[in-house]
Ligand binder design. Structure first.
Ligand code: NAP
Length: 456
């Protein structure tokens, strides 16, 4: 007993020491600090039971990206004016395979955001069971309101520099906020031209006619629902007959809504960065798809077609709508303490993080204290990167699986992630705590691979 106490103290000291180092080395990078803290707090039991991780300096090494690339992205807008954005690629950890992670184009992008996303990606990718390391990238470029030609000129300039650092066996970017099939297509074209080689596996999320995978577009949203379904099943519940609120109306949100409907739920609200809609009868997904995927309009336009629905400006109000299941699928820190308390007081049963780090640490504590089933992002939204890895596999074999084949593999992967996370939580004395379980299950595989590969 005394021994166990000493080991736990030893692990706590180790975590505190390295966390201090992270703060000192990366001042003003709040999002990165938050992501590290969430993982570190979970690891204490595993570090206490395995002193080898400290002996091999695993925490010190895992919080330091193997490479951070920051570069200038000059381009010319439609008025002939020169614009300059900043590009990033963080190659965080390559213990399990080529770096893998999306590119985000959004004005909020900075080193802290890319590092938090890249750090999370290490553990998420490990959880998928696929041979991929962790990375992330992007730019502070704002795609909103840009013409197609401007998007093309920007993405080509971005890839002119990025192409020096990526490759099918080196680093394989994909999409994220602001980067969809169109942007991936332009970047792939530019990469191909520069490298004078058709290396399909260098990017994922490609169009279906040039190496993309069926079900990649749906993967993150569908995977989110498959994971939450497992959480609910373990509690003797299901989607059927439940009321669901989904934030965002982008790629993850749309396909989470689609699958939730297929499983018999009613989705009553969704949003964009300007506001949210509430449709008591259930959101009409065809309208949302047309507005967002085809016409590039705002979610406020939904009420033109469905005048019985209501539109409210501002994003946070969406969490005041009573629901059984809440799926934050827009962006980081969208559920704070206030939103979490609102959800709890309205009787929420389950929360599944489709977006990356959408709940603050305080919000997560509130869900845990109130016995809300809580699925953390790195497990819940891992379906996207898992199918990206399946796209890489299809590219190297030069064949294409059917939608059903990919979807079946996705379902198996999501079930496995759930099982591994719940088992790890149980093994380390935190039964039902999927934050702890996912962090430990993701971490141990990477840490053991780092030890096996030596200090390099
Ligand atoms: P997306 O297609 O660009 O959609 C993002 C959605 O979130 C849009 O509706 C956007 O509204 C909204 N949004 C963006 N910033 C916001 C803010 N500050 N406040 C409120 N809403 C905001 O991106 P996505 O691919 O669906 O990604 C959504 C989240 O999932 C991100 O956290 C991403 O990292 C995560 N994720 C994505 C994937 C993937 O495969 N795509 C995989 C894993 C995780 P506007 O249209 O107004 O900007």
């Amino acid at each position: 007993m005394q021994n166990q106490h000493a080991e736990t103290q030893f692990a706590k000291d180790y975590v505190a020491e390295v966390y201090d180092l992270v703060i000192k080395r990366n001042p003003n990078e709040q999002e990165f600090h938050q992501a590290v803290k969430e993982v570190f707090d979970s690891l204490i039991p595993v570090l206490a039971a395995n002193p080898k991780y400290r002996e091999h300096g695993i925490l010190e090494r895992i919080v330091e990206p193997e490479r951070v690339i920051s570069f200038q992205v000059p381009w010319i807008d439609d008025h002939g004016t020169v614009q300059v954005n900043r590009g990033f690629r963080v190659q965080f950890n390559g213990a399990l395979g080529p770096y893998k992670g999306g590119l985000r184009f959004h004005p909020s992008v900075n080193a802290s955001i890319i590092k938090f996303l890249g750090f999370e990606q290490i553990f998420k990718n490990s959880l998928t069971g696929q041979p991929i390391g962790g990375g992330k990238g992007g730019s502070d470029f704002d795609p909103k309101g840009k013409s197609d030609k401007e998007i093309m000129r920007f993405t080509q300039s971005f890839m002119s520099e990025l192409s020096k650092y990526i490759g099918p066996d080196v680093d394989v970017p994909a999409g994220d906020i602001g980067v969809g099939a169109r942007e991936i297509g332009y970047m792939f074209g530019q990469y191909k031209k520069i490298r004078r080689a058709y290396e399909a596996g260098v990017l994922t999320g490609k169009g279906l006619n040039y190496g993309g995978s069926l079900a990649r577009k749906e993967a993150t949203g569908y995977g989110t629902i498959y994971f939450v379904e497992e959480m609910l099943r373990d509690a003797g519940l299901g989607f059927k007959g439940s009321t669901v609120v989904v934030s965002g109306s982008g790629n993850v949100s749309i396909y989470a809504i689609e699958k939730a409907y297929q499983l018999g739920a009613k989705v009553v609200a969704c949003s964009d960065s300007s506001g949210y809609i509430y449709d008591e009868q259930g959101i009409n997904l065809e309208t949302v798809k047309r507005l967002k995927e085809i016409e590039g309009k705002r979610i406020s336009d939904y009420v033109i077609d469905h005048p019985h629905a209501q539109y409210y400006p501002g994003c946070s109000g969406i969490w005041s709508i009573p629901c059984d299941i809440a799926l934050p699928c827009a962006t980081q820190n969208e559920i704070d303490e206030i939103a979490a308390n609102l959800l709890v007081s309205n009787g929420v049963i389950a929360v599944g993080e489709g977006a990356n780090m959408p709940s603050t640490l305080q919000a997560i504590n509130i869900f845990h204290e109130n016995k809300v089933l809580f699925g953390p992002a790195k497990a819940v939204n891992a379906g996207g990167v898992a199918v990206s890895a399946l796209e890489m596999a299809q590219n190297s074999m030069r064949l294409s699986w059917t939608f059903e084949e990919v979807d079946t593999k996705l379902q198996e992967i999501m079930k496995e992630i759930y099982r591994n996370s719940i088992n790890a939580a149980h093994e380390y004395n935190a039964p039902g705590n999927l934050v702890v379980g996912a962090n430990i299950a993701g971490f141990t595989k990477v840490a053991d691979a780092m030890i096996a590969q030596g200090v390099i």
